[in-house]
Ligand binder design. Structure first.
Ligand code: ATP
Ligand code: MG
Length: 176
């Protein structure tokens, strides 16, 4: 049976993505590395990994009704994942509403036989990969307040030279 690699994410509106691209440029002066393309920037809520295509279809069909309580994420700091050589933007503290969205999502996914991660949720937007210096700039640009009202289900397809993302479904905004 064929599988498809899936994840749920918050996708920034274009203006937020453009601001984050500015964050990436500023950090790159310090850390080096390769900037993610602006239109691919996102905050992963749940990485499912490879899923049978039948289950992928089922999740895509169920996602519009899987409404997300709207909320805000402040993006106010840089961070690095040293081992993965990633520089990211994220909140200094995980907002309670976002943590709840993550926990509720995994609770729902566990009903489909998917296994929640054992690692704590570390909300972040990957900005640079393959950074040369693991020390991020101490000062981040002016904080961004990201208002979200939906999540997207994304298929991550491996191509030579990297992955390509394809949005396969999105949750309906409340009242929408
Ligand atoms: P590639 O791995 O091919 O370089 P990618 O990392 O962009 O590309 P995926 O590995 O499919 O693509 O990951 C999709 C998203 O899920 C990314 O935001 C990635 O950081 C995140 N992710 C991947 N693996 C995990 C994991 N084990 N736990 C949490 N998030 C993950
Ligand atoms: Mg990856």
């Amino acid at each position: 049976m064929s599988t498809i690699r899936l994840f749920y994410a918050l996708w920034p509106p274009p203006q937020m993505a453009a601001s984050l691209a500015g964050w990436a440029d500023a950090a790159k002066q310090v850390t080096g590395g390769r900037a993610m393309r602006t239109e691919t920037l996102h905050l992963t809520l749940a990485f499912l990994g490879p899923v049978d295509s039948a289950l992928a279809d089922e999740l895509a069909a169920a996602t519009p009704e899987r409404r997300l309580a709207p909320g805000d994420v402040p993006l106010d700091r840089y961070g690095v994942f040293t081992r993965q050589r990633i520089l990211w933007a994220g909140p200094a503290e995980t907002p309670a509403g976002l943590q709840q969205a993550h926990d509720d999502l995994w609770h729902w996914l566990s009903g489909y036989g998917l296994t929640p991660p054992t690692q704590p949720f570390r909300p972040h937007v990957t900005l640079l990969r393959n950074i040369a210096h693991a020390e991020p700039p101490g000062d981040a640009p002016a904080p961004l307040e990201w208002h979200y009202d939906r999540m997207v289900l994304v298929a991550s397809e491996s191509l030579t030279g990297g992955s390509r993302y394809r949005i396969v479904a999105q949750s309906r905004p409340q009242g929408g």
